[in-house]
Design a protein around this ligand. Structure first.
Ligand code: CP
Length: 306
């Protein structure tokens, strides 16, 4: 449940009602945010690089009247000297009212929450979870497709790219289990969706299909959720070059897509979306990134009891 004092660690901790409440509160923030967090302090502990998550959290807090402390590089923190994550959290909880953390280790956010007396918000832990990204992904999908919430029509959501290590697709797959959605999966060999996430989705009643190519997914989907291929995941550079060329959409390859197709991407993009897609009606990824502000305002205001 998402309420005053809650930690935000995994999307699996939240019900459909919680998700809808975040979407409603984010819409209210867009209309009239006010300054409900006047005098409150947020700490951003980013042990891994980030542009959108850190800056949109900071912008969200500042726009609501709050203030921000933190670091964006673990090398500039005492983690570099060997301080444990638990000790870091035990200090920061005495300085700030809420902690937003990104960490390279799966489970680091859960560990931080176990020792913190102030809310911990997971800004991404390893290949595990990125729950506030999922909130803003759902917010963007619901803006484009009201049937996500109404359930009037089965929505088709395709995930493409690195489905093994991409934490955003793991979180979003779990969240979609609460809605009337068919999921299409397209991934290079070795980067398929892990079996535990697939089993969870199918057990929850989600219809899931594995497709052989991106083109078919783009032609069938309402939402195409692209992810970045990480070169370091490929042992063979030649294989990466081949896959890179296959997992790429451009304005030309979208010629047969349905007009209503919307393309999302958590960003940053590298090779997988040609820049000529940006000017098409399908491109929703910059709107999606902008939605990080009202959605994170909603999360901050809720956990801080404002
Ligand atoms: N979507 C996302 O998490 O982006 P950053 O890595 O830039 O925060």
């Amino acid at each position: 449940m998402l309420t005053a004092g809650s930690h935000v660690i995994s999307i699996s901790d939240f019900s459909r009602a919680d998700l809808i409440a975040v979407l409603d509160r984010a819409a209210a923030m867009e209309r009239n945010p006010g300054r409900p967090l006047d005098g409150r302090l947020m700490a951003t502990l980013f042990f891994e690089p980030s542009t959108r998550t850190r800056l949109s959290f900071e912008a969200a807090m500042l726009k609501l009247g709050g203030r921000v402390i933190g670091f964006s590089d673990a090398a500039s923190s005492s983690a570099k000297k060997g301080e444990s994550l638990s000790d870091t959290i035990r200090m920061v909880e005495r300085y700030a009212d809420v902690i937003v953390m990104r960490h390279p280790r799966d489970g680091a956010a859960r560990l931080a929450a176990q020792v913190s007396r102030v809310p911990v918000i997971n800004g991404g832990d390893g290949a595990n979870q990125h729950p506030t990204q999922t909130f803003l992904d759902l917010y963007t999908i619901a803006q484009e497709f009201p049937e996500l919430r109404s359930g009037d029509r089965e929505l088709v959501v395709a995930f493409a790219g690195d489905l093994r290590y991409g934490r955003t697709v793991h979180s979003l797959l779990h969240a979609l289990c609460h809605f009337r959605v068919r999921v299409l999966l397209v991934a290079p060999r070795g980067l398929e969706m892990p079996a535990d996430h697939l089993d969870h989705a199918r057990a929850a009643g989600l219809q899931v299909e594995v497709l052989p190519d991106l083109q078919t997914a783009a032609e069938r989907a309402d939402v195409l959720y692209m992810t970045r291929l990480q070169e370091e995941r490929f042992p063979d550079p030649l294989e990466f070059d081949h896959i890179k060329a296959t997992y790429r959409i451009s304005a030309a390859t979208l010629a047969k897509a349905q007009p209503r197709l919307r393309i999302l991407h958590p960003l940053p993009r590298v090779h997988e979306i040609a820049t000529d897609v940006d000017a098409t009606v399908h491109a929703s990824y910059f709107t999606q990134a902008a939605n990080g502000i009202p959605v994170r305002q909603a999360v901050l205001a809720t956990v801080l009891g404002a």
